[in-house]
Write a protein that binds this ligand. Structure first.
Ligand SMILES: [Fe+2]
Length: 235
């Protein structure tokens, strides 16, 4: 659905992120920090250089073959590159803001994957989620006119078994929410939240950088039981 905007967002840190809730306690965050334009321009030029260098799978276009309909995705290791260290700091600062807001007791977060999406005209991203990560997000590098939408799907699939005709689409009867994005903006959401991106109607490419975040040292620090026993297991 279109037109439903983010009136339920509220500012947590005015220059970095805004926070809101998608229906029942599903947190969505988006925001744009100071200096975002310079970072976004540096990343755009880096990714364009990368595509010119013929790094797979971007070389498909250079070969003169038809571009893949949904565009290109780089390897998911961009966070290892020197050019992405500033973005890494931004991502971790934003995720810290989210975790502090929801009062999670944690020690350290880690970026587990980071990749660029380059969508030509007509390119879209079907509904999907990012398993095995606590948070996921997108940083928008290049958003041509008309292509700045990410759609979040109601995670309660059963809630729409009965879907009567509505007088007007609103927060309570919608099955999806469109969030309007722009260049330099970062959007964070739970990794399990299904989302999709409509087709790019522009002749220009849409470029975004997606990433996943999880608790560092997950097995050692998060997985162990939190409860205390009342009997020793020593023999
Ligand atoms: Fe995604």
């Amino acid at each position: 659905m279109g037109g439903l905007r983010t009136s339920f967002w509220r500012a947590a840190r005015s220059d970095t992120i805004a926070l809101g809730h998608y229906r029942a306690r599903t947190l969505l965050c988006h925001g744009r920090r100071k200096g975002a334009t310079a970072l976004q321009e540096r990343l755009a030029s880096c990714l364009i250089r990368m595509s010119r260098n013929g790094m797979p799978p971007l070389e498909v276009e250079a070969s003169g073959e038809d571009p893949p309909p949904n565009g290109w995705q780089t390897d998911p290791d961009l966070h290892q590159l020197p050019e992405f260290q500033e973005l890494n700091r931004y991502i971790l600062a934003a995720s810290n803001g989210v975790l502090n807001f929801i009062e999670v007791d944690y020690e350290e977060m880690q970026i587990t994957g980071c990749w660029a999406n380059i969508s030509p005209k007509g390119g879209d991203h079907p509904a999907h989620q990012h398993p095995n990560n606590f948070l996921s997000g997108v940083y928008y590098v290049s958003v041509p006119k008309g292509s700045g939408i990410i759609t979040f799907h109601d995670p309660r699939s059963q809630a729409h078994i009965i879907s009567p005709k509505v007088k007007r689409v609103n927060f309570y009867n919608a099955s999806t929410i469109d969030v309007e994005v722009r260049e330099g903006l970062m959007c964070l959401f739970p990794g399990w939240l299904i989302h999709s991106v409509p087709r790019n109607p522009s002749e220009e490419r849409r470029i975004s950088v997606s990433f996943n975040i999880n608790f560092a040292h997950f097995t050692e620090r998060v997985s162990p039981p939190l409860w205390r026993a009342n009997m020793r297991s020593r023999i």
